[in-house]
Design a protein. Structure first.
Length: 530
């Protein structure tokens, strides 16, 4: 226990209040975090625990590296009374560990905007059940992270990491490079050391891609292990929240705190059956004799990604894994039917969510209660909402009304991704897991032209569509830009996937770069801008 001798530091540590509005300091529309400092009588000192010291240090790091022109811009708002929260939770399992939360997940003390100005005043004052579980386990909500607006479901030509509320989030490994999305701020913040861990959400790639590109661990659990209640939705078929952390063990610990059944979310009916201490057995998990399917054709056309992946395969083999090459071609019918599902569920479930929130205080404008209302809001505020890209997907979803076609597409997509996809690949090849590169390295951010995935493919879509667990672990780097390896298992095999990831993490020979918060520069011996 260390006494606090600086009153200003104590005040700053105790109370953080998010700014009621945001100020734009660049064309990207970056939000400025402001703090309110409470004055205390001269000479006041109070003991501060190690956990409180960590929370204060992390907060000061955010203010130094994130909340400034040219900073990462990963954190939208900081929670009030952070050290008081830490102090109240130190006897609980997580012991006051700090967690940043993606801004499409409701927390009682902060607005939930999904990055849209239409929800800038969405203060529901309720916790999503996963957040209530987190607090009960001793986790502390440090603040909210930026995201790709509406979790990247508004338009085909969006730029990951940008929202009208939060502006553009930058990659800590190279600030001119993209963070991927939609859990952009969560991935960047964890890589930057702004919190112990973060929570992201995924419909298809939105946890695993930003985790891979920012050089951290990301885990998309089986759909139904974590409640989606009070989360801004896209798809009840594919949506889930999951942990993002700097190690598999930390991700597993956070998952255990978040998971659990929720009567309001029927998909979680079996969650309590599968919830457990996911950290158990990670420290001594072995790959000896474990058969792993290698998805060679999912590497893409990049020789540099292939080289890093080959090194990871060598590490797995050295750890005793039996590697089995698997021939797989992406199923276009599966992808097409999945998109039909996303469009239908977006329209239906977004309306249900918007009708569940209290009136949003934003002048004379009515609170949006449907996807059509959001489309109209964007049209009325095109200068701020649609400067960089439009809302083609929103408009397509609004025109989707054929329920029989949706139901048929949903059944077929899940069948092709699950039973005829991952399940068949595992069974026919007698393997426990499937692996592939998660994604190539971060591309240069381009607000005008949108994202460019640089020839990388990955194997995340079948897991997303089937609702199966998908873990990404850093496996190396290309020109100091991180890349991850994906480990995918069958439904409810979350613990087994995490154990495999922890074993690989120990076996990994590659060095993972440390963020330097600068613009990307090529190595002197290889000037190609890849």
């Amino acid at each position: 226990m260390k006494p606090v001798t600086s009153l200003a530091t104590l005040a700053l540590a105790l109370t953080f209040v998010p700014a009621p509005a945001f100020s734009q300091d660049s064309a990207a529309g970056e939000r400025e975090i402001t703090t309110e400092i409470i004055e205390f009588p001269d000479g006041l000192e109070t003991p501060r625990s190690e956990a409180e010291e960590v929370a204060v240090d992390q907060t000061m790091r955010i203010l130094r590296l994130d909340d400034r022109p040219g900073g990462l811009n990963a954190v939208i708002a900081l929670a009030p009374d952070i050290t008081a929260q830490v102090r109240a939770t130190q006897t609980l399992p997580l012991g006051g560990r700090t967690v940043l939360v993606k801004d499409n997940i409701e927390t009682r003390e902060l607005p939930t905007t999904a990055g849209s100005l239409a929800l800038a005043g969405n203060m529901t004052r309720r916790d999503a059940p996963m957040i209530a579980n987190l607090r009960a386990a001793g986790g502390v909500v440090l603040g909210k992270t930026n995201l790709s607006e509406w979790a990247n479901i508004r338009d085909f030509n969006s730029t990951s990491g940008w929202s009208a509320v939060g502006g553009l989030t930058r990659n800590p490994h190279a600030i001119d490079r993209n963070t991927c999305g939609s859990s952009s701020g969560s991935g960047a913040a964890v890589a930057a050391g702004f919190a112990w861990a973060a929570i992201g959400t995924e419909t298809n790639g939105s946890i695993t891609c930003p985790a891979s590109i920012n050089g951290v661990v990301g885990f998309k659990p089986t759909v139904g292990l974590v409640s989606r209640t009070h989360v801004v939705p896209i798809s009840s078929t594919q949506d889930t929240a999951g942990p993002m952390a700097r190690s598999v063990a930390d991700a597993a610990m956070l998952l255990g705190a978040m998971a659990g059944s929720d009567p309001a979310d029927p998909a979680t009916a079996d969650a309590d059956r599968y919830k457990r201490d996911f950290t158990q057995g990670l420290a001594d998990a072995s790959l000896e004799g474990v058969r792993i399917g290698v998805m060679r054709k999912q590497v893409g056309d990049r020789a540099d990604v292939s080289a890093v992946f080959d090194a990871a395969l060598a590490d797995l083999a050295a750890a005793g894994a039996v590697l089995v090459d698997i021939d797989y071609e992406p199923n276009e019918e599966m992808s097409r039917d999945s998109f039909t599902v996303l469009l239908f569920e977006l329209r239906d479930e977004m309306g249900k969510y918007l009708r569940s929130i209290p009136p949003v205080a934003q002048g004379e404008e009515a609170t949006p209660r449907s996807l059509a209302d959001l489309i109209a809001f964007n049209e009325a505020h095109a200068d701020t909402e649609m400067r960089w890209f439009g809302q083609d997907i929103f408009e397509m979803a609004e025109g989707t009304t054929d329920r029989p076609a949706y139901e048929a597409a949903r059944a077929n997509a899940i069948h092709l991704a699950g039973e005829r996809g991952i399940d068949m690949l595992l069974a026919e090849n007698d393997v426990a897991f499937l692996i592939a590169p998660t994604r190539g390295p971060a591309w240069t951010t381009d607000l005008v032209n949108g994202d460019n995935y640089n020839g990388s493919i990955g194997f995340g879509s079948p897991a997303a569509i089937a609702g199966y667990p998908h873990l990404t672990v850093p496996m190396g780097a290309i020109e100091d830009l991180p890349v991850g390896i994906s480990i995918i298992g069958g439904k409810w095999q979350d613990w087994e996937v995490l154990k495999a990831g922890a074993a690989y993490e120990r076996a990994r020979s590659a060095e993972i770069p440390t963020p330097d918060f600068k613009r990307w520069m090529p190595d002197a011996g290889n000037p190609s801008d890849r």
